[in-house]
Design a protein around this ligand. Structure first.
Ligand SMILES: Nc1nc2c(ncn2[C@@H]2O[C@H](COP(=O)(O)OP(=O)(O)OP(=O)(O)O)[C@@H](O)[C@H]2O)c(=O)[nH]1
Ligand SMILES: [Mg+2]
Length: 195
């Protein structure tokens, strides 16, 4: 598929099903811990500075944000998990919103699940991966902030992450940096293959 990735815009924000776009365009959702770099990933992939709003403050993204890419596909920016300073009630609301989207959305082709290359995956990261495998949702693991680790140590960090996740070798695993754009072409290849 030919996609002009520069032709991108925010389409809408949704809290539940009744607000999702009603068409058949394929969607790729971004999941990951708060502050891991989901919105930055979208901006980098689309060559935009701040289309998906990023921030040093975790919890910036609160709703499902749908981005239209050239009227051919969408990215769906999902609020991050594991942000400590939210109430139990808010966490439950978050859980229902994500679960509804991930388990019922027919447009969903794959989830890009972001983890931080610097650290072992958190319990929430492992749970998200297990959830996606359980529902047989295709997953692309993107290990981000690779610019913060010297190249000579990438392999070691990659192995540690794969081990902790109980990574299925048939899934994609991509080392990525929004600062250097490392992994961007590979990420596009993996995404286009899922559409
Ligand atoms: N060095 C480095 N910093 C990054 C990278 N990706 C994101 N960041 C920084 O990490 C912080 C959080 O990035 P966001 O993209 O807002 O993270 P998010 O996952 O969308 O966060 P929430 O919306 O809160 O869930 C920002 O300060 C980014 O500049 C990366 O690849 N390298
Ligand atoms: Mg965000």
């Amino acid at each position: 598929m030919e996609i002009n990735t520069h032709n991108a815009e925010i389409l809408l924000s949704a809290a539940n099903k009744s607000h999702y776009p009603e068409d058949e365009l394929p969607e790729i959702a971004l999941a990951g811990r708060s502050n891991v770099g989901k919105s930055s990933f979208i901006n980098t992939m689309l060559n935009r500075k701040n289309l998906a709003r990023t921030s040093g403050k975790p919890g910036k993204t609160q709703l499902l944000n749908f981005f239209n890419i050239d009227d051919k596909m969408r990215f769906v920016d999902v609020p991050g998990y594991g942000y400590a300073r939210v109430s139990k009630k808010e966490r439950e609301k978050w859980g229902r919103m994500i679960e509804e989207y991930l388990t019922t959305r027919e447009n969903l082709r794959a989830v890009v699940s972001l983890v931080d290359l610097r650290h072992d995956p958190t319990a929430d990261d492992v749970q998200m991966y297990e959830f996606l495998k359980y529902y047989e949702i295709p997953v692309i693991i993107v290990a981000t902030k690779a610019d913060k680790i010297p190249r000579g140590k990438w392999n070691k960090h990659e192995s540690a992450i794969k081990k902790k996740l109980n990574f299925d070798p048939s899934d994609d695993f991509i080392l990525f940096s929004s600062v250097t754009k490392a992994g961007m072409d590979q990420a596009w290849d993996a995404i286009l293959e899922k559409l």
